[in-house]
Design a protein around this ligand. Structure first.
Ligand SMILES: Cc1cc2nc3c(=O)[nH]c(=O)nc-3n(C[C@H](O)[C@H](O)[C@H](O)COP(=O)(O)O)c2cc1C
Length: 196
């Protein structure tokens, strides 16, 4: 059974167009009997950013190689997934800070990446990451889009060979009906999810 980790960062929850896009991918995954999906809803998690004490604790645990500490559970879960689906809206040219805080917690030497004299390399099991997003403006391929580009680079760092992004672009521009743009993106998301 393939384990898919669904990281839900759709802050507006059921009002979120990104969640609607993610639901199309999840529905496609739901038709497969070789896949088990675990949802991690970031809005419901006690995630902490690295303030002084929390950072210092991490340094102590890493120095002592205590990688089984509960604070590293997000990193273990991420590293052990066979595929990862992330859904997050486009905020401030990237994605919500909540997702960055999650990534900070997931990025742990010895769990998601390893380092030696010749450098660092990823040690995650996943072969694929599928990133689903919706954007107010149109940013496809634009250099100031830093959400998908960041996550693609992160896949390189974590050793995840394939990254795909489906974006419903221009939802707040009023140039095309929102439902039409979303329907196209949902079809793409479902098709890609079927190949995970
Ligand atoms: C805090 C915030 C920041 C945003 N920043 C951008 C932005 O930088 N560029 C853009 O095109 N749209 C931006 N938007 C619009 C969202 O990308 C767009 O409405 C998206 O579809 C929202 O997704 P959701 O329905 O899943 O919440 C922003 C929206 C919010 C609430």
């Amino acid at each position: 059974m393939k384990q898919v980790l669904f990281v839900n960062c759709c802050i507006r929850r059921e009002l979120s167009r990104t969640k609607e896009l993610a639901d199309a991918a999840l529905a496609a995954l739901g038709t497969r009997d070789d896949i088990a999906v675990t949802e991690l809803c970031l809005m419901d998690e006690p995630l902490q950013y690295f303030s002084e004490g929390f950072f210092a604790q991490r340094e102590r645990l890493l120095a002592a190689k205590e990688l089984d500490h509960p604070r590293f559970r997000y990193a273990h879960q991420f590293a052990e997934a066979d595929a990862i689906v992330i859904a997050a809206p486009f905020w401030d040219l990237a994605f919500p800070a909540l997702l960055k805080v999650y990534i900070e917690n997931v990025s742990v030497e010895g769990i998601t990446f390893g380092c030696n004299a010749s450098g660092c390399s990823g040690i995650c099991r996943a072969e694929r990451m599928l990133f689903l997003t919706t954007r107010g403006g149109s940013y496809d391929g634009a250099p100031d889009e830093m959400g998908a580009r960041y996550l693609e680079a992160l896949c390189g760092f974590f050793g995840i060979p394939r990254f795909d992004c489906v974006a419903a672009d221009g939802l707040d521009l009023g140039l095309r009906p929102v439902e039409e743009i979303l329907a196209e993106a949902k079809a793409k998301a479902a098709a890609l999810a079927a190949t995970l």
